[in-house]
Design a protein around this ligand. Structure first.
Ligand code: SAH
Ligand code: SF4
Ligand code: F3S
Length: 502
């Protein structure tokens, strides 16, 4: 077996951090620094690409042991969880279904809102008793929360049951980190505040058999003032087109029907590689692999290019649905959020899409209760919702995140007002979604069947080309196939139907 990957550049960076660490007398830990994440001007060059290799020592470390991963947050984090599972299985670990059974428990966390963090701390807190019954159990925290100073401080102070913490930039180090924890019995915290190389050839254990998530890029450079992601995921780095295409070809060969391209801001794909209109060109190459369905998340109105919608018109295997987060309908709030577009420019984008693809499904994200949001500004959001008639939207109450610019603004909207606005917004969104879904009754949609429901094995669920959640009845054995389903009933957030082959 080959030696672990050792890039000279990595060691230089590593020793710089080690030196800081010794200066600060924080012992053997490598701790996150959000300031360093934000200060990225000096490293705005294309990332080096390195291949993953595991050391022979780590290879059998998991033999006879079980792991359990709990993943929170976005699809990018789900995809990371699949990589962690792939690495662990390469080490000989076997997956299990409960925290009680697990020798290794991984919390792959999300930091987007405070509620997500509170949940993780609650769960880790309640594991003290599980660990008392299972003393050899290893508890590990990784993902976006690990990148936050406040989280690490809290773990050091109050959560001795956590044995291992690593961040979003070094999940490929899992084998070596586990070696330290398991063989040397050292509590380990290793979180990098700079991205490092892009690591390819990481093993993966996919969580679904009909569709596969494919990172096309990592990180975010947008720095919306409320958002923690640019600090937890680092700067924008695009994977090489050939590596992405290879991953999609592998999905296709495995019989997967759908590739879901992932990035915090997919429209920025290729900027760091100095590509011209990189995302559309990548999208077209992905379509040309011939995989049956392609989707992509998330688009940002600021970098959006009209050529993307043209590609959606041209290639039938690029699904005609677009998730385009708007956050607010007020120009003042959009400015304070640093979103880089206006209510009017967003409406124009929307109009262009509808004029080119009249039946496109259009979804968004919205935040209410951003600092200083007035009733009139909230009304502007409702007006925009009425204008765009979103098929579906994720709506959130603003949650201050330590270290972001918005967290330094006065959070002056009472919680009761935030909750009231969320309720009004959700009622409006749900009425519109119900109305749009009613238009599908009587139509036949092509649904990628993800499998039978847990409650009833004669009822399947899956997503149509339009990205509508469809529950339907049909004969046995439809899992992972694209099925024609006649829609018989509609609800706000799903459709019911019957498989045409029944
Ligand atoms: N990259 C995507 C969004 C990623 S985060 C984009 O820019 O569109 C997903 C959603 O979480 C965001 O669109 C936003 O609506 C919400 N969000 C992010 N930070 C938040 C915060 N501090 N409080 C409340 N919602 C937040
Ligand atoms: Fe966060 Fe904005 Fe980046 Fe989306 S684009 S991840 S909301 S900073
Ligand atoms: Fe959450 Fe990190 Fe994704 S903060 S939304 S898991 S990028």
């Amino acid at each position: 077996m080959k030696e672990p990957v050792a890039q000279p550049v990595f060691f230089m960076r590593f020793s710089a951090i080690m030196f800081d660490m010794m200066k600060n007398n924080t012992e053997r830990y490598i701790l996150p620094e959000m300031r360093r994440e934000a200060n990225r001007a000096s490293r705005n060059t294309a990332s080096e690409c390195t291949r993953f290799v595991m050391s022979a020592e780590a290879e059998n470390l998991g033999r006879g042991k079980k792991y359990y991963i709990r993943t929170y947050g976005c699809q990018a984090n789900v995809r990371d969880g699949e990589t962690l599972a792939g690495i662990l299985e390469l080490m000989g670990f076997e997956m299990c279904e409960s925290t009680e059974e697990a020798d290794l428990l991984i919390f792959n966390t999300c930091a987007i809102r405070q509620a997500a963090e509170d949940r993780v701390f609650g769960e880790i807190g309640s594991l003290k008793s599980v660990k008392a019954r299972h003393p050899g159990q290893i508890i590990c925290l990784c993902g976006c929360m690990a990148q936050e100073e406040v989280v690490i401080e809290k773990i050091l102070k109050s959560y001795p049951q956590v044995d291992l913490v690593f961040g979003t930039h070094n999940l490929w180090r899992l084998p070596e980190l586990l070696l330290k924890v398991m063989s040397k019995k050292e509590r380990t915290i290793e979180v990098y505040s700079e991205e490092g190389d892009l690591i390819e050839d990481l093993p993966v254990r996919r969580s679904t058999s009909c569709k596969g998530f494919v990172h096309i890029m990592y990180g975010c450079d947008k720095f919306c003032t409320y958002c923690i992601v640019p600090y937890t995921r680092g700067r924008e780095r695009s994977r090489r087109k050939e590596d992405i295409i290879e991953e999609i070809m592998t999905l296709k060969q495995q019989g997967m029907k759908e590739a879901v391209l992932l990035g915090q801001n997919v429209n920025a794909y290729g900027k760091d590689l100095k590509m011209e209109d990189g995302f559309t060109s990548l999208l077209e190459s992905c379509a040309e692999t011939g995989i049956e369905r392609i989707r992509f998340y998330t688009s940002h109105p600021r970098d959006y290019s009209s050529t993307t919608i043209d590609a959606m018109v041209k290639y039938p295997n690029i699904m005609r649905s677009l998730h385009l987060p708007v956050q607010s309908g007020s120009d003042e709030i959009l400015k304070r959020m640093n979103r880089g577009y206006t209510n009017d420019s967003y409406r124009r984008l929307y109009d262009e899409m509808r004029s080119k693809i009249s039946d496109i499904t259009f979804t968004t994200d919205l935040i209410v209760g951003f600092p200083s949001e007035t009733d009139e500004q909230f009304q502007a959001t409702l007006d925009l919702v009425d204008y765009c008639q979103f098929d579906m939207a994720y709506s959130f109450v603003y949650s201050p995140r330590a270290g972001t610019p918005a967290a330094r603004m006065e959070d002056n909207i009472p919680l009761s007002v935030k909750k009231e606005r969320l309720q009004i917004l959700n009622d409006r969104l749900s009425d519109i979604a119900a109305k749009r879904n009613r238009e599908y009754v009587g139509r036949t949609l092509k649904v990628l069947c993800e499998g039978p429901s847990k409650k009833n094995e004669n009822v399947y669920s899956g997503y149509s080309e339009e990205n509508k959640l469809v529950n339907f009845t049909g004969p046995a054995g439809l899992k992972d196939q694209i099925i024609e389903v006649k829609i018989t009933e509609s609800h706000s957030f799903s459709l019911d139907g019957t498989a045409s082959c029944e």
